[in-house]
Design a protein around this ligand. Structure first.
Ligand code: SF4
Length: 403
């Protein structure tokens, strides 16, 4: 579900957990005057009246001076990069605003909408300093006063950036058919479709169009099984008003050859990355850089989740095999999970990223923005696997998104 992501930030004992509890109207976070009480992020999912589904992060103070404090701070900054709205709470007990200035500067760097809540803030000297922070989005508030929760919610709601919702499949037309190629294998979970597949079916159906699914036997297809090809081509011919075929990226080697070239084609992975980032040209430019990578260069394959990887896994087996065919001495490394592990990203010549279906659009965008900051060429599974089939296949899978 798409949610507005709101992060509560500040120094230790600034009232962040009190604010979290006030918003959620329950004891979500432990509140205690002991510095560093919030040892790790607390995340709450709930519906805020007037705002809708939200994810709220209560973060540890960024001013904890210790090795553990440094680790917490790193994670706090990561969270800040993902938030739609940054709420900075400032306590009244200090006239040193270094931690707050650092947070505001980070929020500016990552272009985040920011509001400041002065928790019983009254010191004149700090007020002057606060003006230097150059933000108009400041409210004085006593976080222990529950009676003014509505006023606080109105203030927060007013500052949530309004984003125009982008359609998942902008090319879908009513009364047309869309074929989804789903080659189930040993990694496919039981009793459910993958998230991109369910999302596509929902969007197609909502738009008065027709979603059809097809299970392709990739193992047979790759062995050159003629019956498997006939089954596919016969099925495709039966579909009325077929507009676009959306395939699992790993089947691109087969589908791009078996599908009538007059039928438009794209992939789930491209769909996901387009929906979250609206930056297909970035991934397109990235794939073109492969030819420039030195023979002993380094490529990082990034998957945003830790699913079980067995047999012909796309990220650990299929893509590395293809890369090694292109450049035999190249070094291939992996990064699995929500964060880019502890890697020096600057050392890579190319990053190949999965569709990111298990993380929020905010998280995926934060990851891509981070890679852009390093100025590393970046591409995506669907774009890479289409490019491998030839420039014309790459143009074909990008065409539906250019309308
Ligand atoms: S997050 Fe990435 S690796 Fe994980 S299932 Fe989705 S596309 Fe695959």
């Amino acid at each position: 579900m798409k949610r507005v992501e709101i992060g509560i930030f500040g120094r230790m004992n600034a009232g962040k957990s009190t604010l979290m509890n006030l918003l959620t109207q329950q004891e979500t976070s432990i509140v205690d005057p002991t510095p560093g009480t919030t040892a790790d992020h607390k995340i709450t999912l709930f519906e805020l009246h007037g705002i809708g589904p939200c994810k709220i992060f209560d973060t540890p103070g960024i001013d904890e001076i210790s090795t553990l404090g440094e680790k917490k701070k790193k994670k706090v900054i990561q969270t800040l990069k993902e938030c739609d709205l940054v709420i900075l709470t400032i306590p009244s007990y200090t006239d040193n605003l270094d931690a707050e200035k650092e947070l505001i500067s980070l929020a500016k760097q990552y272009k985040k909408a920011t509001v400041i809540i002065n928790n019983l803030f009254s010191n004149k000297v700090i007020e002057k300093d606060l003006q230097e922070l150059n933000t108009e989005n400041v409210i004085q508030y006593n976080l222990t006063d529950k009676s003014t929760r509505e006023k606080l919610l109105t203030f927060i709601q007013k500052h949530i950036p309004q984003k125009k919702e982008q359609p998942l499949l902008p090319f879908v037309r009513p009364h047309h058919s869309y074929l989804l190629i789903i080659p189930m294998d040993e990694e496919t979970p039981e009793k459910r479709l993958l998230r991109p597949q369910s999302m596509a079916i929902e969007e197609i159906t909502r738009n008065w169009a027709y979603a059809t699914t097809y299970r392709l036997d990739l193992a047979k297809a790759r062995k050159g099984d003629i019956e498997e090809m006939r089954r596919f081509q016969y099925f495709v011919r039966q579909i009325p008003f077929l507009d676009v075929v959306i395939t699992d990226s790993q089947a691109m080697d087969i589908v791009s050859k078996w599908l009538d070239p007059n039928i438009r084609l794209t992939t789930f992975s491209i769909m996901m990355i387009h929906h979250a980032t609206q930056k297909l040209s970035l991934f397109h430019d990235g794939v073109k850089k492969i030819k420039e990578i030195p023979e002993d260069g380094k490529i990082l394959i990034c998957e945003a989740c830790n699913h079980s990887r067995i047999q012909e896994d796309i990220g650990t087996v299929q893509i590395p095999k293809i890369i090694k065919r292109l450049k035999t001495s190249i070094q291939i490394e992996h990064s699995f999970g929500r964060e880019f592990e502890d890697k020096d990203l600057a050392q890579y010549h190319l990053i190949i990223h999965c569709g990111g279906c298990m993380i929020s659009a905010q998280k995926l965008n934060a990851r891509i923005n981070e890679l852009e900051d390093y100025e590393i060429p970046i591409t995506n599974y669907g774009i890479f696997l289409s490019w491998v089939q030839g420039e014309e296949v790459l143009e074909r899978v990008l065409q539906p998104w250019k309308e």
